[in-house]
Design a protein around this ligand. Structure first.
Ligand SMILES: Cc1cc2nc3c(=O)[nH]c(=O)nc-3n(C[C@H](O)[C@H](O)[C@H](O)COP(=O)(O)OP(=O)(O)OC[C@H]3O[C@@H](n4cnc5c(N)ncnc54)[C@H](O)[C@@H]3O)c2cc1C
Ligand SMILES: *[C@@H]1O[C@H](CO)[C@@H](O)[C@H](O)[C@H]1NC(C)=O
Ligand SMILES: *[C@@H]1O[C@H](CO)[C@@H](O)[C@H](O)[C@H]1NC(C)=O
Ligand SMILES: *[C@@H]1O[C@H](CO)[C@@H](O)[C@H](O)[C@H]1NC(C)=O
Ligand SMILES: *[C@@H]1O[C@H](CO)[C@@H](O)[C@H](O)[C@H]1NC(C)=O
Ligand SMILES: *[C@@H]1O[C@H](CO)[C@@H](O)[C@H](O)[C@H]1NC(C)=O
Ligand SMILES: *[C@@H]1O[C@H](CO)[C@@H](O)[C@H](O)[C@H]1NC(C)=O
Ligand SMILES: *[C@@H]1O[C@H](CO)[C@@H](O)[C@H](O)[C@H]1NC(C)=O
Length: 547
C-alpha cells in the first residue's frame, strides 16, 4: 500500500524562479495590477489559454487557481503514483455524487484535481485524441464545420511531442509516429516497462482477430480494436498542462501572473452593452471566511474551472436556470436553462487500475438486441461503446490479479450539476445519472489459449457472476466513475435555444465571458478526454487571438 505523507510533501514544495509573478495568497496581488485577461482555473483549459494568450507581449494575463502549485510534488510527477492522488487527498476537491438510482442508491467519490494542472496533474495519463465521428458530430450539432475532425484535429501536432518510452524499447509496430506531433509542449510516450500481459493480449488479437482486432495506433481517429496505450508521460515523468504550458510561460514571460490557493467565488457584472450584461469582474478569496478581493479584466474573463466548478460558478454569478437560482436566493441575470440541467454523464465501470499497457475499444454489433429499444448513443462507426483496460494489480494481501476494467463510454443518460446553496464554498449537487438500464454483457477475452495457465481463477464476488441479471447486479454494486465529466456548459449553435456557449465559446447573452474547458462538449468524447480538452483549448486560443 502506498503511504504518502501529504503535509510533508506540501510543505516542502518549492516554486521555481519565474519572470511572471506567483502569488500564494490573494493579499499579495497588488491592486494596481491591470490584466487584459483573467483566467479562472489552472487546469488544462486555463493553462493552455493563459500560455497562448501571453505569447503576445502586449497582453497581461492573470490565472487564479484554487489549489496549490504542483511544482516539487513527487507523487504527482511519478506516473505509478497516480492512483494515490485521489479521492480525498489534499489535491482533490473531494466531491461525491448524490445517491445513484442506477447503482442501488450508492454515492460514489467524484475526484477533480485541485492544484496547478487541474485534473491533468492527478489523472491516469491515458493519452487519446478523439475520434473522427466525435468531432464531426460536435460540428454537426453546433452547425459549424470549423469544429469538425478535419479542421480541429491537426492542432494535435501543435500539442504533442512524441518521445521514447522510459525503457527505450523498440516501438516499431506499436504506434504510427507519422500521425503525432514532434515538437509541441505535451510529451507523450508508450508504456515504459514490460508487463506479463503484453504478449498474451497481443496474441489474443491475432487468434481472435475479428472480435479483438489489433489497432496499431488508437489515436488515428478510429480507435476500434486493441492497441498499445499512449500516455502523457515523457522521460518517465507525468506531463500536465501545468508542466507543459503554464510553468514554461511563467518562467519565460513577465506578462503572466499566477495566483494560487485562491478560489474564485463569483463573476460579476461590470456594465451593459446594448441589452447584454458585461461580465468582466472576478471575486475571490483564500477561504470561506474571506477577506474577499476583486479584479476586473479589460478584455475578457475565461472560465476554465472544469466540468463541476464551471457550472457552479456560472450559477453563483446569476447565469443559469432562474428557478434553480431563486431557490438558493440568487437573482438571475442571464437565463440559461441548460446551464444547470443537462450534461453528459461520465464513464462508469470497475474502478480503473494504474496505467496499463493495452487498451481495447469496441462497439456492440449493429444487430445487438439493445438497439431494438435504445437508439445508438455513439457518434458513429469510429466511436466505441465500451473500453477494456488491461492491467495487473498486485498487493501483498491478495497476491497478483489481472483486471480488465470495463468502461462504458457512450452512455445515453445525462445528469446535472446544480447549486445546493448560494455559498461558493459549499459543494454543488452532482448527479451524473449513472445508467439505470442497459448494462451490457461483455465477452470473456480471458478464455482463449494465450491465457491458459496464466489465469488461475476469477477473483472475489465476480466468480459467481454468470447470468445477465447477475452481471447487471454486479455492475450496480461495483461500478464507479472513471472521472470524465463533460458537457455542463455545453456548446450549441449561435442562435440555439438550448446550450450555454456559442461556437466561439462566449457565454450566450453576455459580453466579456468565455468558457474554455471540458464543460463545453455537447457529448462526451468516446475516448479518455484530456487530449480533446487540449485540442479545444488550443482552438479557443486561436479564436480569441483573432478577435
Ligand atoms: C482521477 C482522474 C483520472 C483521470 N484519468 C484520465 C486519463 O487517464 N486520461 C484522460 O484523458 N483523462 C483523464 N481524466 C480526465 C481529465 O484529466 C479531465 O477531463 C481534464 O483535466 C479536464 O480539463 P479541464 O480544463 O476541464 O478541468 P481541470 O483540468 O479539472 O481544471 C480545472 C481547474 O480549475 C480549478 N478551479 C475549480 N474551481 C475553481 C475556482 N472556483 N476558483 C479557482 N480555481 C478553480 C481547479 O482546481 C482545477 O485546477 C482523469 C480525471 C481524474 C480526476
Ligand atoms: C480533501 O480531503 C483531504 C483529506 O481529508 C483534505 O486534506 C483536503 O483538505 C480536502 N480538500 C478540500 C478541498 O476540502
Ligand atoms: C525495431 O524493430 C523493427 C522491426 O522489428 C526493425 O526493423 C528495426 O530495425 C528496429 N529498430 C531498431 C533501432 O533496432
Ligand atoms: C529526465 O529526467 C531526469 C531526472 O529527473 C533529468 O535529470 C533529465 O534532465 C530529464 N531529461 C530530459 C530530456 O528532460
Ligand atoms: C470593476 O468594475 C466595476 C464596475 O465598472 C467597478 O465598480 C469596480 O470598482 C471595478 N473594480 C476594480 C477592482 O477595478
Ligand atoms: C448478429 O449477427 C451475427 C453475425 O451475422 C450473428 O452471428 C449473431 O447471432 C447476430 N446476433 C443477434 C443478437 O441477432
Ligand atoms: C445540501 O445542503 C443540505 C443542507 O445543508 C445538506 O444536508 C446536504 O448534504 C447538502 N448536499 C450536498 C450534495 O452537499
Ligand atoms: C459463490 O456462491 C457460493 C454459493 O452461494 C458461495 O458459497 C461462495 O462463497 C460464493 N463465492 C464468492 C467468491 O462470492
Amino acid at each position: 500500500m502506498l503511504l504518502i505523507v501529504w503535509s510533508a510533501i506540501l510543505t516542502f514544495s518549492v516554486l521555481r524562479p519565474a519572470l511572471g509573478a506567483v502569488y500564494t495568497n490573494p493579499f499579495q496581488l497588488p491592486s494596481s495590477n491591470k490584466y487584459d485577461y483573467v483566467i479562472i482555473g489552472a487546469g488544462i483549459g486555463g493553462s493552455v489559454i493563459s500560455s497562448r494568450l501571453s505569447e503576445d507581449p502586449c497582453k497581461r494575463v492573470l490565472v487564479i487557481e484554487a489549489g496549490p502549485s504542483d511544482v516539487g510534488i513527487e507523487a504527482v510527477q511519478i506516473p505509478f503514483y497516480c492512483v494515490s492522488l485521489s479521492p480525498n487527498t489534499p489535491l482533490d476537491w473531494n466531491y461525491t455524487t448524490v445517491a445513484q438510482v442506477g447503482l442501488n442508491g450508492r454515492t460514489v467519490p467524484y475526484p477533480r484535481g485541485r492544484l496547478v494542472g487541474g485534473s491533468s496533474s492527478i489523472n491516469y495519463m491515458f493519452w487519446n485524441t478523439g475520434t473522427v465521428d466525435d468531432f464531426n458530430r460536435l460540428a454537426d450539432v453546433i452547425g459549424d464545420p470549423s469544429w469538425n475532425w478535419e479542421h480541429v484535429h491537426p492542432l494535435i501536432k501543435k500539442i504533442e511531442k512524441l518521445t521514447p518510452p522510459a525503457d527505450h524499447h523498440n516501438t516499431t509496430g506499436q504506434i504510427n509516429p507519422s500521425i503525432h506531433g514532434k515538437s509541441g509542449p505535451v510529451g507523450i510516450s508508450l508504456q515504459g516497462f514490460p508487463t506479463l500481459l503484453d504478449d498474451r493480449v497481443m496474441r489474443t488479437t491475432s487468434l481472435l482477430s475479428s472480435e479483438f482486432p489489433f489497432n496499431r495506433d488508437m489515436n488515428s481517429g478510429n480507435p476500434i480494436g486493441i492497441g498499445w496505450s499512449q500516455f502523457s508521460v515523457a522521460n518517465g515523468t507525468r506531463v500536465s498542462a501545468g508542466t507543459a504550458y503554464l510553468e514554461p510561460a511563467l518562467a519565460s514571460r513577465s506578462n503572466i501572473d499566477l495566483l494560487v490557493n485562491t478560489q474564485v467565488t463569483k463573476i460579476f457584472q461590470t456594465g451593459t452593452q446594448g441589452k447584454r450584461p458585461i461580465f468582466r469582474g472576478v471575486q475571490f478569496a483564500a477561504s470561506a471566511s474571506g477577506p474577499f478581493y476583486a479584479v476586473n479584466a479589460t478584455h475578457e474573463i475565461i472560465l476554465s474551472a472544469g466540468a463541476v466548478s464551471t457550472p457552479q460558478l456560472l450559477q453563483l454569478s446569476g447565469i443559469g436556470d432562474p428557478t434553480v437560482l431563486r431557490k438558493v436566493g440568487i437573482e438571475p441575470l442571464v437565463k440559461l436553462p441548460d446551464a444547470t440541467q443537462q450534461w453528459e454523464t461520465t464513464r462508469t465501470g470497475q474502478l480503473a487500475s494504474p496505467p496499463a499497457a493495452q487498451i481495447g475499444w469496441f462497439r456492440l454489433p449493429d444487430n445487438s438486441s439493445i438497439f431494438k429499444t435504445e437508439t445508438d448513443p455513439s457518434a458513429g462507426p469510429t466511436s466505441p461503446h465500451y473500453e477494456f483496460v488491461f492491467a495487473i494489480v498486485s498487493s501483498r494481501a491478495t497476491g497478483h490479479y489481472m483486471v480488465i476494467a470495463t468502461n462504458l463510454i457512450s452512455p445515453s443518460s445525462r445528469g446535472s450539476v446544480t447549486l445546493n446553496s448560494s455559498d461558493p464554498f459549499d459543494f454543488p449537487i452532482i448527479d451524473p445519472a449513472f445508467p439505470q438500464h442497459g448494462f451490457g454483457y461483455f465477452r470473456n477475452h480471458g478464455g482463449t489459449s494465450p491465457w491458459q495457465g496464466f489465469v488461475s481463477g476469477q477473483f472475489g464476488n465476480f466468480a459467481n457472476v454468470t447470468t445477465d441479471e447477475q452481471i447487471a447486479a454486479y455492475a450496480r454494486n461495483n461500478a464507479a466513475t472513471v472521472f470524465h465529466p463533460v458537457g455542463t456548459a455545453f456548446m450549441s449553435a449561435a442562435g440555439a435555444k438550448n446550450g450555454v456557449v456559442n461556437p466561439d465559446l462566449t457565454v450566450k447573452s453576455t459580453v466579456g465571458l468565455r468558457v474554455v474547458d471540458a464543460s463545453i462538449f455537447p457529448y462526451i468524447p468516446s475516448m479518455h478526454p484530456q487530449g480533446s480538452v487540449y485540442i479545444i483549448a488550443e482552438r479557443a486560443a486561436a479564436i480569441i487571438r483573432n478577435t
